[in-house]
Design a protein around this ligand. Structure first.
Ligand code: PLP
Length: 443
């Protein structure tokens, strides 16, 4: 009991209280099921369906615990997590250092707002700036908020530094982009699933084809009021679209040439996911703003933010931007530890090595099963042949075989596991995918 009060239970233990006597006991995980399992999988699903929104298509598995690359469902079944919370759980589930830091900070100071100074805010900023060479880090909470903040900065920079007439600033986005579900984000989207029937849309948001430098240059040449071009260095949600070599360098050159800010959305591709610290590192280029989220806090607390120069970040003067939780001590403290884990455990290098194995294993799947493999590091997708199967059916079968993932755009099987996955685990997982695909062919 004393260990529980001090927050020192390990992941396989829980504290239970006898409702009659009030006595507290620590139970190992294998005995918890009996007490915990008041609802079946079906009952949990039915309750969700009854009381929650139905805007998300959720696969029928109820997870109760995670450790490293594994998760367990309510029935005690173990899975390898190949989705990683949409490329968020890079440090693995329940990383002991993150769990410890959360516990320590929760017991000390949780939330203050930016009305006051706290230590973790500057500590995280200093760490990120020294690591990346940017001058400043402006923290937010979710990816979409960080993207929105970058766009606010860009518009304001356009008016103050580029002398764009008021309310005329244009932002250009790549077709196929995904940066969240807010009204601004869907206004830039070219996916009807994202934008349809949510109008009217944000004015002066325009699109150019992704991976097309001449289309971008055409747009920049014709439009003097463009303040920013925003794109993902690799489009994740669009199905892992990897641009041609030289695209990122070309974007950098064009944005410099036409005095336009380049905002790189590395919410998904950043922090080791693609095998380097940032996907832009593959072409050794530095965007004007780098947008981060997801793995920044290892899934412990939503932390996102924007990295940029003094000139750019200070475009937002005192009093004109804010967020209740952005920069909170709890979030920044865990993000700092999550960053240190990524760096000290060299998880980008591991992503590069394990990604190579994923490629070796999946790139030769016959074309009647999968049309294409796309991947960089541990951000990968296997595009099924629509004549062969639907991604949902395959993911349901993979779940039965102990692998967790879900499709993008119906036919692309996502592979974005925690970056701590090892060779044996990734080879086994790829073996199960291949066997499941071949088995589906026969059935
Ligand atoms: C590239 C990219 N940007 C932004 C977002 C939005 O992040 P959030 O869902 O935390 O708002 C996502 C989410 O998947 C993303 O992939």
């Amino acid at each position: 009991m004393r260990r529980a009060a001090r927050g020192l239970l390990n992941h396989a233990e829980m504290q239970v209280t006898n409702t009659k006597s009030g006595r507290k006991t620590i139970l190992p995980h294998n005995q918890q099921k009996v007490l915990q399992r008041q609802l079946s999988t079906q009952e949990v699903i039915e309750r969700d369906d009854k009381y929650g929104g139905r805007h998300f298509k959720t696969l029928p598995v109820v997870l109760v615990r995670g450790e490293g690359v594994h998760c367990w469902d309510i029935e005690g079944k173990k899975y390898v997590d190949l989705l990683g919370g949409f490329a968020t759980m890079s440090q693995g589930h329940s990383h002991p250092r993150l769990v410890q830091v959360m516990r320590d900070q929760v017991g000390k100071l949780q939330h203050t707002s930016r009305a006051f100074y706290t230590e973790p805010h500057g500590e995280l900023g200093e760490y990120l700036c020294k690591l990346t060479g940017y001058d400043r880090f402006l923290p937010m909470n979710t990816g979409v908020e960080a993207g929105d903040t970058a766009l606010k900065i860009a518009r304001r920079w356009g008016y103050k530094s580029k002398n764009i007439p008021d309310n005329e600033a244009v932002v250009v986005f790549a077709e196929g982009n995904y940066w969240g579900r807010s009204l601004a984000a869907l206004s830039s989207s070219t996916d009807p699933n994202c934008y349809k029937h949510f109008g009217p849309y944000m004015p002066k948001f325009e699109n150019v084809p992704y991976n097309d430098l001449s289309a971008l240059e055409d747009k920049l040449k014709k439009q003097p009021n463009i303040c920013a071009f925003m794109c993902e260095p690799i489009q994740g949600e669009a199905g892992v679209n990897i641009p041609s070599d030289g695209y990122l360098k070309g974007v950098r050159e064009l944005c410099t040439k036409y005095n336009v800010l380049w905002i790189a959305d590395e919410v998904q591709t950043g922090l080791g996911r693609t095998g380097k610290r940032f996907a832009v590192d593959y072409e050794s280029v530095k965007p004007d703003m780098l947008v981060l989220g997801k793995a920044l806090s290892g899934g412990m607390y939503p932390v996102s933010g924007v990295l940029g120069s003094n000139e750019i970040i200070l475009t937002l003067e005192t009093g004109i931007h804010g967020s209740t939780f952005g920069g909170s001590p709890l979030g920044q403290r865990v993000a700092l530890e999550a960053m240190k884990v990524l760096e000290e455990e060299k998880l980008a290098d591991n992503a590069a090595k394990m990604g190579q194995i994923v490629r070796e294993e999946l790139q030769h799947v016959p074309k009647d099963i999968a049309l294409e493999f796309r991947g960089k590091g541990l951000l990968a997708g296997l595009k099924l042949n629509p004549d062969f199967a639907n991604g949902w059916d395959i993911c349901a079968k993979l779940i039965q075989q102990g692998l967790l993932t879900r499709p993008a755009h119906n036919y692309i099987i996502r592979i974005s596991p925690p970056l701590v996955i090892n060779e044996q685990q990734i080879r086994e997982a790829m073996g199960i995918i291949k066997k499941t695909l071949l088995g589906h062919k026969k059935s």
